[in-house]
Write a protein that binds this ligand. Structure first.
Ligand code: ATP
Ligand code: MG
Length: 898
């Protein structure tokens, strides 16, 4: 069908050159993690250009072309089963912003795909090309006839579902026209793309943005407000799909950038790709999954994703684990990624050199995940096999929910892995049962946590109160004060009639303005007045859903359970501080993501008035610049006075909205509350209390950044008045230091570092003097040598000298006692309650058979210590300085008897 093999790199280059020659600016690929609240990953070439298409920004060019990295997670199940879906792929695109339109797009596309290979084209046979158009798009149909000379029968009309493009939200929309290559009758029936999408392979989609949509309900259900003032072109050509055709392959897993991984996998597993037989076909799918997932993982890690349990991290984890598991299914049990990932790197590194320069980091992330997964697998697979065996033996075909749950709970088996393994074993899983157990466990865990917190022994009591009275009317979002009736009064878990002054108990009201601890925000503080007395609110919890319980202490008076009316009042300053801290937490989170990138995801948080901390997934320590930048972005957000708002929506609406669902939050079953600050800048699922405008947070002062466990960092900050006080204290310190050092604050650092330098210098000089002084005593010591048994012996105690000094002096004295007469120098220093002993012998003494080590050993017992060394020099130390004289005598005795 084509005249010659073109490599992926060649196709990419030809595409870019083709459009560059036609006045397009070449734009490099954006990161897969480009920040777009609606997308987990960039999934099309147009994504980086969205602001231009939406009219939010003016494009710096009217024509552009790119080869964009894309990941489509929805295609994960298709991989290896169809011929044309990769989880990672590259989209070649050309874009026109109010410049050329349908005719231009058709002409440029046609020239490239049918152009002679010798002159830079792709060389597809025009007779094999089919296109689809929207039935009502006569303009596109005409263009294909006139410019390309395509006959009517190869221009297939296709409806809105296939051939209309929109973003799923109000904004630009328009018809598409897709280009297909007929692979030949051996691949399927006649009848064009409408009949068979495997034989007729879609390679390129041209989108003609021409309408403004006012509402979008579905792909084929929307309202057109009118024509777009400026019409745009957005096209996407799948690089891997074109490569598979031009390389004469059967699918996109066999092309130059993917197949080498399959080849390596064949060597490792000893199995053959493409072998005959139906078992082999199953293996072939595994080979393709391995090759695809290894490449996608490589690209994701390359762009900064790390494996995790939600969002992007979870997609990566799934890809890596599926790759590893499929290798095992192919019969290869050893670590696979160290063998496969480098192969993929070598193929992709040509177009993405950062994969090579960043290799160490990428490898570390991937290999660690495989290690972790291998441990999980080892434990879980046996349990799974056992369970599967039991099910089969009993003649059933469903793995019970509790087994799946145990695998998850005890062995960390994700449910989709259990599902996959079950389906491989020809079994199904009671998913509903599994989910039910998961929900129960979550509830239990929450109740446990709450019970521990409020020392609630038994939730049964609360459940009873709830059943009798219904849920507490909870007014924390609306007001700080309520008139309330008491519904229950408890002490140590049991109902009481009265709570006396000083006693601590629990009070349930029909309505309350108090915020109960949740979502990282601590409970409100405040008071509850009753006739004749006051209660201090110590804690507020929700031990069972719907019921708010106040832990209170009677400040004065005596609270009867029958009190008629109480006045509950949240401390307004406390609440202001709490709102500041909670909004501050969201702002720091958003700032973090802005500075570090969207992979920095919160894993936990805590905030109380004036203080917040946030834990987030991140591998390395932040450098001071990053911390400053985060603080800067956060405070800019305060200055911008962003509006803070919240609304209820379903979880899926929230997800579509890009809201971040975070760890440990409790949500209502139906609707979740989404808090947003500055529109899409910060959207989080959250039940907390917040300021109305970001400026009300006052200030955010980052006070610390530290590690909390592997792959997790913690950032701490002060908000509002606390932030100001912290800065004021620092200013006081600075001003005191300035006064003390008689300098201006700006010169303080220079002044202190001068001082430190001078101090060091002085210490050095003093050390020199001390040494000189010490050594000056050497001559006197040498002169005082006594002769014992024909040996000159210096055995002396040195008060105030420690190890190094003793040694220096001992060798100095020995030097002075050189000559043919044997000489032994033994000095014992005593400093800070510790003894240091050094023995130094001249050559003649050694010739006499004396050994320095022996002498030290003779003295050591008196010093409660030990030591040793060579014949010429030995040293030791001990913890007892009271018997140094005996130690020295022992040395002399040893010399005398030698
Ligand atoms: P299909 O219907 O075949 O799944 P699509 O209609 O979803 O494709 P588009 O959204 O029109 O694809 O994307 C434009 C081009 O990107 C396609 O023509 C195709 O060449 C390529 N493409 C899309 N999805 C994939 C994928 N998963 N793997 C490889 N290439 C892809
Ligand atoms: Mg398409």
């Amino acid at each position: 069908m084509t005249d010659r093999y073109l490599s992926s790199a060649e196709i990419r280059n030809r595409f870019l050159a083709h459009f560059e020659e036609r006045g397009h600016t070449v734009v490099p690929s954006a990161s897969l993690l480009l920040d777009d609240p609606n997308l987990l990953f960039v999934n099309a070439g147009m994504v980086p250009f969205k602001p231009y298409f939406l009219g939010q920004e003016t494009p710096p060019f009217s024509r552009a072309t790119s080869v964009q990295k894309c990941v489509r997670t929805l295609d994960i199940e298709e991989v290896g089963k169809t011929t044309r879906h990769g989880t990672f792929f590259q989209m070649n695109g050309n874009f026109s912003f109010g410049d050329y339109f349908k005719e231009g797009a058709v002409q440029y596309a046609w020239e490239l795909i049918t152009g002679d290979q010798a002159s830079g084209g792709l060389g597809f046979n025009p007779d094999r090309i089919w296109v689809t158009v929207l039935p009502e798009d006569a303009e596109a149909r005409d263009a294909w006839k006139r410019i390309a000379g395509l006959p009517d029968e190869r221009i297939q009309p296709r409806g809105l579902k296939d051939n209309y493009w929109n973003m799923g939200v109000p904004g630009p929309g328009g018809p598409c026209s897709e280009i297909y290559i007929d692979r030949g009758p051996e691949f399927g029936p006649d009848g064009g793309p409408e009949a068979d999408e495997d034989r007729f392979l879609e390679i390129w989609n041209l989108v003609f943005m021409q309408e403004e949509l006012s509402a979008v309900r579905a792909k084929d259900d929307f309202d057109i407000a009118g024509p777009l003032p400026s019409k745009n072109i957005d096209t996407g050509m799948g690089l891997e799909r074109v490569a598979y055709l031009l390389q004469g392959k059967n699918n996109l897993y066999e092309i130059d950038t993917v197949f080498p991984v399959i080849e390596r996998a064949q060597e490792l597993s000893g199995k053959k790709y493409g072998a005959p037989g139906s078992d082999a076909q199953v293996d072939d799918v595994r080979f393709r999954v391995v090759a695809d997932h290894v490449r996608s993982s490589l690209m994701l890690i390359g762009d900064g994703v790390t494996p995790g349990n939600e969002g992007r991290g979870y997609v990566l984890r799934r890809l890596l684990r599926r790759a590893v598991r499929n290798m095992r299914l192919l019969g290869y049990q050893d670590p696979a990624l160290p063998e496969l990932l480098p192969v993929s790197r070598d193929r992709m590194g040509e177009s993405y050199p950062e994969l090579v320069t960043d290799w160490d980091r990428i490898a570390q992330v991937a290999f660690a995940e495989e290690e972790a997964f291998r441990k999980t697998l080892q434990a879980g697979t046996q349990i799974f096999d056992l369970a599967a065996g039991e099910v089969k033996q009993s003649g059933a075909s469903t793995i019970p929910g509790d087994k799946a749950f145990a695998l998850h709970d005890t062995y960390g088996f994700p449910i989709d892995l259990t599902l996959e393994m079950a389906s491989e074993a020809g079994l199904s899983v009671d998913e509903q049962g599994f989910r039910q157990l998961m929900t129960e466990q979550r509830e239990r865990a929450k109740a446990d946590a709450r019970a521990k917190k409020g020392q609630h022994a038994d939730t049964g009591v609360y459940r009873g109160i709830l059943d009798a009275n219904g849920p507490t009317e909870w007014l924390a979002y609306e007001t700080l004060e309520t008139e309330s009736r008491p519904l229950a009064l408890l002490r140590e878990g049991a109902a009481v009639d009265v709570l006396a002054a000083g006693e601590i108990g629990e009070l349930v009201l029909d309505r309350t303005p108090f915020y109960a601890e949740s979502g990282g925000q601590v409970a409100d503080a405040g008071t509850i007045d009753f006739e004749g007395g006051t209660l201090e609110v110590l804690d507020v919890q929700r031990p069972v859903r719907g019921l708010v319980v106040h832990q209170v202490r009677v400040v004065d008076g005596e609270l009867p359970a029958s009190a008629s009316l109480l006045h509950a009042r949240v401390d307004p300053d406390w609440r202001t501080g709490a709102r500041q801290a909670h909004s501050g937490t969201h702002i720091v989170h958003a700032a973090l993501r802005e500075v570090l990138g969207p992979t920095a995801l919160q894993s936990g948080s805590y905030n109380r008035p004036g203080y917040l901390r946030l834990d987030f997934g991140w591998l390395s320590a932040l450098n001071p610049d990053q911390v400053h930048e985060i603080e800067h972005v956060a405070n800019n957000a305060l200055r911008a006075d962003l509006p803070v708002g919240w609304q209820y929506m379903t979880l899926s609406e929230a997800r579509d909205w890009g809201a971040l669902a975070l760890f440990g939050e409790t949500y209502d079953d139906q609707k979740v509350r989404v808090v947003e600050i500055g529109g899409p800048w910060s959207r989080e699922l959250c039940g907390g209390t917040h300021v109305d405008h970001s400026s009300q947070v006052g200030t955010i002062v980052v006070t610390g950044e530290a590690s909390v466990g592997s792959g997790n960092r913690r950032i701490e900050a002060l908000t509002g008045v606390e932030g100001f006080s912290y800065l004021a204290r620092e200013r006081d310190v600075v001003s005191q230091l300035s006064t003390l050092l008689k300098t201006q604050p700006d010169d303080l650092v220079g002044r202190v570092s001068d001082l430190v330098d001078r101090l060091k210098q002085t210490e050095k000089e003093m050390e020199k003097i001390r040494l000189a002084q010490l050594l000056s005593g050497g001559a006197a010591l040498a002169e005082g040598a006594e002769v014992v048994n024909g040996v000159r012996v210096v055995a002396q105690r040195l008060d105030g000298a420690s190890g190094g000094d003793v040694r220096t002096l001992a060798t100095d004295v020995r030097g002075r006692l050189a000559g043919d007469t044997p000489a032994v120098v033994v000095l014992i220093g005593a400093a800070n309650g510790k003894a240091s002993i050094v023995a130094a012998l001249n050559d003649a003494a050694q010739a006499r058979g004396l050994k320095a080590g022996d002498l030290v050993r003779a003295a050591a017992p008196f010093l409660d210590g030990k030591g040793g060394g060579k014949a010429d020099l030995a040293q030791g130390g001990g913890a007892d300085v009271s018997r140094i004289d005996e130690a020295l005598a022992a040395v002399t005795a040893a010399v005398a008897s030698a």
